[in-house]
Ligand binder design. Structure first.
Ligand SMILES: Nc1ncnc2c1ncn2[C@@H]1O[C@H](COP(=O)(O)OP(=O)(O)O)[C@@H](O)[C@H]1O
Ligand SMILES: [Mg+2]
Length: 389
């Protein structure tokens, strides 16, 4: 829903930012209501025999916050740099706002780009770091000043305009990088792991600020990250990449709860997998495991008799002490540890040759290391053998 409503964000929309100022100001309200979206068509990137991107296709909606999530080396930066025009594709086309920009240089593409390492000019003040792009465009002096100060205000740095980057904290430096990108009034904001260099608390603050700024300006945004929580919490939709291909594109909810593969299920959150054969009749289906126990399952188009892989998340599992368990046929494990995290705790449970994580539930039974428990959960069958996608 968030993705759909984002497209309706027009320049007339007025909001208060965290400083109580009203946005957008006249300086940033001139953008047309035209569809600014990004189209990635059959993009291929080869370095010699190595194939970094293998026929990638993607549509980003106007005003959408889309994350590209995947492990290091899967091709996230390469894809972003190709969209920006910083890298040439070996094949395929890029469209921005309906225009084929594949052959256009970076400066023609109306994009703002923010890198992980900020890439500020160390010898220039905050003001000059932000104004440089406008200076290169020969922007008239008064307009340049107004636009730079406005961009700095948006990232709450107007008071620090005369400082050098070295006199700023990491979070402030990243805000300068953000101001430098938005001062050019881009139609599209491309962010390559912009928060990875920040420590956890600051990163969380910056996530909130970034999202607020993106929504206020209605910027179509692609955000590259290897941090699944960051991708799930910020995005309208998430792309999960694996070795140069898109494995899944969906809402955070769909990616987390209905992954299309073991890879996505395992990368996007913690998952415990079960392999077995589907049994049952009517609504109640189970997966019969090789040790003879069975796990209740759900999923689309599950077929009895098929072998299948199903998964559970730590918070889907209830643990019952064996003597009071109501499901005698369910898998059994032994509590190995209670992990305390402050706001939550997990049990680590030994299940045959593997260990799985189960969320501690305050209304559940109190368990101690050594207790034998039955696992009560409904596992979701992955598409493929035994289920439709
Ligand atoms: N200039 C280059 N020359 C050769 N290989 C490269 C180059 N840039 C990236 N690669 C390779 O392409 C793959 C994808 O890289 P990258 O897009 O940077 O991954 P990610 O951003 O997901 O970590 C990696 O295996 C990387 O080593
Ligand atoms: Mg990268």
């Amino acid at each position: 829903m968030r993705g759909r409503s984002a497209g309706k964000r027009k320049s007339s929309r007025v909001e208060n930012n965290m400083l109580g100022q009203r946005w957008p100001s006249p300086l940033f309200s001139g953008r047309s209501a035209m569809m600014h979206h990004i189209g990635v068509r059959n993009i291929i990137k080869n370095w010699g025999a190595f194939s970094a991107l293998k026929d990638v296709n993607l549509d980003v909606r106007e005003g959408e916050f889309l994350s590209i999530l995947g492990p290091s080396g899967c091709g996230k930066s390469t894809l972003l740099r190709i969209i920006a025009g910083l890298e040439e594709p070996s094949g395929g086309e890029i469209f921005i706002a309906g225009q084929n920009v594949t052959l256009d240089p970076v400066w023609k593409r109306k994009i703002g780009f923010v890198f992980q390492n900020f890439a500020l000019w160390p010898h220039l003040t905050v003001f000059r770091n932000v104004s440089m792009g406008l200076e290169l465009r020969k922007t008239e002096k008064a307009e340049l000043y107004n636009r730079v100060m406005e961009a700095l205000r948006m990232v709450q740095l107007e008071a620090l305009a005369d400082r050098l980057p070295a006199q700023l904290s990491g979070g402030q430096q990243q805000r300068v990088a953000l101001a430098r990108a938005i001062v050019l009034k881009p139609a599209v904001l491309l962010l390559d792991e912009p928060l990875s260099a920040l420590d956890k608390n600051l990163r969380q603050d910056m996530q909130v600020e970034l999202k607020a700024l993106q929504q206020t300006l209605g910027l179509t945004t692609i955000f590259v990250t290897h941090d699944q929580e960051e991708a799930l919490s910020l995005s309208d939709r998430v792309v999960v990449m694996n070795k140069g291909v898109i494995e899944q594109l969906g809402t955070p909810d769909a990616i987390y709860n209905q992954p299309v593969s073991e890879y996505v299920a395992g990368f996007v959150g913690e998952a415990c997998f079960f392999e077995g054969r589907i049994e049952g009749n009517g609504q109640a289906k189970t997966l019969r495991l090789s040790d003879g126990t069975a796990v209740p399952i759900r999923g689309n188009g599950i077929q009895v008799g098929q072998s299948a892989v199903a998964f559970v998340r730590p918070e889907w599992i209830d643990l019952n002490k064996l003597d009071i368990s109501l499901s005698p046929g369910s898998p059994q494990g032994t509590i190995e540890r209670l992990m305390f995290f402050g706001q939550s705790s997990d049990y680590l449970v030994r299940l045959g040759d593997r260990q799985l994580r189960v969320k501690y539930k305050s209304d559940g039974p109190r368990l101690a290391p050594g207790d034998t428990v039955a696992l009560c959960c409904v596992a979701r069958v992955l598409p493929g053998n035994g289920a439709a996608s």
